[in-house]
Design a protein around this ligand. Structure first.
Ligand code: SF4
Ligand code: SF4
Length: 389
């Protein structure tokens, strides 16, 4: 049985703080591990967001920013492959968001996650002029990337993604890479590849799996990645590997900025191409229709999603941990693992992560190393730890 802690974090009186906007529901490639198409209900949605839906979305964004006097309201454009929406739509959205910012005082940083295949000079001009930061999906070197990230004809997409990454790095665009961990390969192959591309900010994400699956162990991979991160940063290379910095942040007792690490509620709201509002899109991993709600931006304000049963259920599940997690010494830092990784057909989200043993080993290793690095001497020789954990 889980404990309801939602009231202690101000459930009803908080704004939605960020939006994920699905501007395209289809993709131009066919990755074998893609969660998005695990739920066939995406095919019921329009392929692209229409002008009417975009106009209504902009109206709701402005209402939301003004109502809550937000200082900022980050928006991530997503798909499918979001670049299928077209350069002109990106420019229009960015100009409209600038207008909202000037009227409300709320900054609206725009980001996009793309597979890079469509990136060309016109897109680079758009990202640079509109100050859109870009995360490119790139699973390290070709022999790892091309295992899963292929075209519909079965050929690898690495060459296109690497070309796009290098083009982005060459311009004044905030660029990061998003890789999925393949624990069969050593982490240094990813680290060396990203260094060669000139990418200093990236994430190597834990592969998606539910408790009903039996994914391979990831602890050794992430132990090695932590060593790589330590070695790179001890040379002042300033390499930011998001999962490592988030785990350290959480171990030190602070709020990690990403949703997969730490004990905190998932507050994300997803808007689909037809203006319907969904619970966290990664929960599609649970299967058909799992994220569908009865809410849409034509009939509902953005923050009304807080009253939607499926959104509420996902939000509450993100903070109400199972018995094992509540007794775990890493409960605050780990937070039970990423919500989709806690799902089972039998218990819903009332499970420790399918990666529980790995996460425990990763936090224990990191905690021991951090204690060695962060202990400082007090006068008289007594050693005191810095931070928590
Ligand atoms: S690029 Fe993204 S949306 Fe497209 S198939 Fe791959 S994982 Fe899925
Ligand atoms: S390490 Fe395991 S038991 Fe501990 S909080 Fe994470 S998932 Fe739960």
């Amino acid at each position: 049985m889980s404990v309801d802690v939602s009231s202690s974090v101000g459930f009803r009186e908080q704004p939605i703080t960020q939006l994920l906007v699905k501007v395209a529901t289809r993709c131009n490639i066919d990755c074998s591990y893609c969660y998005w198409f695990r739920d066939a209900s995406v095919y019921d949605k329009p392929k692209l967001m229409s002008a009417d839906v975009l106009n209504q979305l902009l109206l709701r964004i402005e209402q939301h920013a003004a109502k809550w006097s937000l200082v900022d309201f980050p928006i991530t454009l997503h798909g499918g492959e979001p670049l299928l929406w077209g350069v002109e739509n990106f420019r229009r959205l960015a100009e409209a968001c600038d207008g909202i910012a000037s009227r409300t005082g709320c900054d609206i940083p725009l980001a996009v996650t793309t597979n890079g295949v469509l990136v060309d000079d016109e897109w680079l001009d758009c990202f640079e002029a509109c100050n859109i930061s870009v995360a490119i999906s790139l699973d390290g070197p070709a022999h790892i990337h091309d295992l899963h990230r292929r075209t519909f004809q079965g050929t690898g997409t690495h060459a296109a993604a690497e070309r796009a990454a290098r083009m982005l790095v060459s311009r004044n665009i905030g660029v990061s890479a998003l890789a999925v961990c393949n624990p069969a390969y050593p982490p240094e192959q990813y680290v060396e590849f990203f260094a060669a591309c000139g990418i200093s900010s990236y994430d190597i994400m834990i592969p998606d799996a539910t408790v009903d699956e039996a994914p391979p162990s990831i602890a050794a991979f992430y132990g090695g990645l932590f060593e790589q991160w330590l070695a790179a940063n001890s040379k002042a290379a300033n390499v930011d590997i998001r999962i490592v910095s988030d785990m350290i942040t959480a171990l030190l007792g602070n709020n990690s900025p990403t949703e997969g690490v730490g004990h905190k509620p998932i507050e994300l709201c997803t808007v689909m191409t037809d203006g319907t509002v969904e619970a966290h899109d990664v929960l599609r991993i649970a299967g058909d229709g799992f994220t569908r709600t009865g809410f849409n931006i034509f009939d509902h304000a953005i923050d009304e999603v807080r009253n939607e049963p499926r959104w509420k259920a996902a939000r509450e599940a993100s903070i109400n941990l199972c018995a094992k997690c509540r007794q775990c010494k890493f409960m605050n830092a780990c937070g039970g693992g990423y919500l989709p990784h806690r799902f089972s057909r039998k218990n819903g989200y009332d499970n420790p992560s399918v990666y529980c043993d790995d996460l425990y080993a990763m936090f224990e290793n990191m905690d021991a190393v951090l204690k060695g690095h962060l202990y400082v001497s007090k006068p008289g020789g007594e050693r005191v730890g810095v931070g928590g954990g």
